[in-house]
Design a protein around this ligand. Structure first.
Ligand code: PLP
Length: 394
């Protein structure tokens, strides 16, 4: 007998709740920032430790003002895809500015980095080709790879031996593309780009880096992981988001050689069949990139606050994963413990989010915090003190 869909989903949802895996979306009533207000806590301000607001640009006055002025100049929406009548001069300005910032030849905008990753593999690779992907790559890369006909190989996170094996197995393929996140978001781990680029060169493969958790704040001038390693000229394709450090509204891009970008404009389906970015986002992103490029002070504070938090937690005996990235994951192992600690911090006015299966492996539940340049030394002290008082809950 057929079970009704709604009945099945009702049971599945109940099951999630009973296992502490049901995600509840807290509603924010203030602008995004180091401190926010939530619907259900009213006037009380919470210290926000879980936004991708690495540079504090989500509500930066100059960025907000640029968006406001752009609404007057360009209006609200484009009501078209790029190739029909949806290309405003500011789209091209932003594409050129991203190329200049990343020191790449050309750039194509997408509605999101998810769309950029969803479109790129199918457009560039066919059945004669191969893609070799890190096992911890972002969901959008996994989905993008699924959509293409290339042979697929996977290597354990940052495992260069397994990557080399994949390269050997893919030797007969026409084009071999290695794809990695620049920074792995659940662990705060930076990709081994030196190892990857060296192997790519030896086996004649191309390298693609998704720098969503790096662009704007990692490497010299915030140009991202390729520049952190001094390997800008060895990375063939970079994708990234405007939805994290660079203002946090939305938008994504692919940057690289002119032929690659030109081909994506002809063939990438999320580009061809989805509306073009709101011009106000583009104008504001231009200001965000300018501020990021010159943002040495912001990056310095971000590094100092990150080290302060990581060190403070380690001194308390917590297991903190990753290496000096502002993603600071505190591993609790057990999902229920992560929820208890998060609830405790929340009662102390600090917003953190517990992550558990399927977002991270079973038994590797964690509280993932993200430091922002907008956080002060006192803010981080408060977080460390809260984790101290949470020790009885472990
Ligand atoms: C956040 C993220 C994305 C998605 O970016 P959006 O622009 O929000 O779609 C893609 N890849 C990685 C590695 C990310 O961290």
């Amino acid at each position: 007998m057929k079970q009704s869909l709604t009945e099945r989903l009702r049971n599945d949802l109940k099951d999630l709740s009973s296992r502490n895996l049901y995600k509840v979306e807290g509603e924010i009533t203030s602008p995004q920032g180091a401190e926010i207000q939530l619907q259900d806590t009213g006037e009380k301000r919470l210290l926000n430790m879980c936004a991708n607001n690495y540079l504090g640009f989500a509500n930066h006055p100059a960025i907000v003002e640029a968006a406001r002025a752009a609404l007057d100049e360009h209006g609200f929406g484009m009501s078209s895809v790029r190739f029909i009548c949806g290309t405003n001069t500011v789209h091209r300005s932003l594409e050129r500015r991203i190329s200049e910032f990343l020191r790449t030849a050309d750039t194509i905008l997408f509605s999101s980095c998810f769309d950029a990753n969803a479109g790129i593999f199918e457009a560039l690779l066919g059945a004669e080709d191969a893609v070799i992907s890190d096992s911890l790559n972002h969901a959008s890369i996994i989905d993008g790879v699924r959509l293409c006909k290339a042979q697929r190989f996977r290597y354990a996170n940052n495992d260069m031996e397994e990557l080399e094996q994949g390269l050997k197995d893919a030797r007969q393929c026409r084009t071999v593309l290695i794809v990695t996140d620049g920074v792995f978001s659940m662990d705060g781990v930076v990709a081994n780009l030196s190892g990857i680029c060296e192997l790519a060169e030896r086996y004649g493969a191309l390298v693609m880096v998704d720098d969503s958790h790096a662009v704007g704040f990692i490497g010299p001038h915030g140009r991202g992981t390729p520049s952190l390693f001094g390997l800008e000229h060895k990375v063939d394709i970079v994708t990234g988001t405007l939805g994290k450090a660079l203002g946090g509204a939305s938008g994504g891009y692919v940057s690289g050689r002119p032929e690659i970008i030109a081909w994506l404009r002809q063939r990438a389906r999320p580009y061809l069949f989805s509306n073009s970015l709101m011009p106000a986002i583009c104008e504001a992103s231009l200001v965000a990139i300018e501020l990021a490029e010159k943002g040495e002070d912001l990056r310095k504070n971000l590094v100092e606050r990150t080290l302060q938090l990581r060190l403070g937690l380690k001194e308390l005996g917590y297991t903190v994963s990753g290496t000096n990235h502002p993603i600071v994951p505190v591993i609790t192992g057990d999902a229920a413990v992560a929820v208890r600690v998060a609830d405790h911090l929340r009662s102390l006015g600090i917003l953190v989010v517990p992550f558990s299966y399927p977002v991270v492996p079973n038994g590797a539940a964690r509280i993932r915090m993200q430091v922002s340049a907008a956080h002060s030394e006192q803010d981080i002290e408060r977080v460390i003190a809260a984790f101290k008082s949470a020790q009885s809950l472990l």
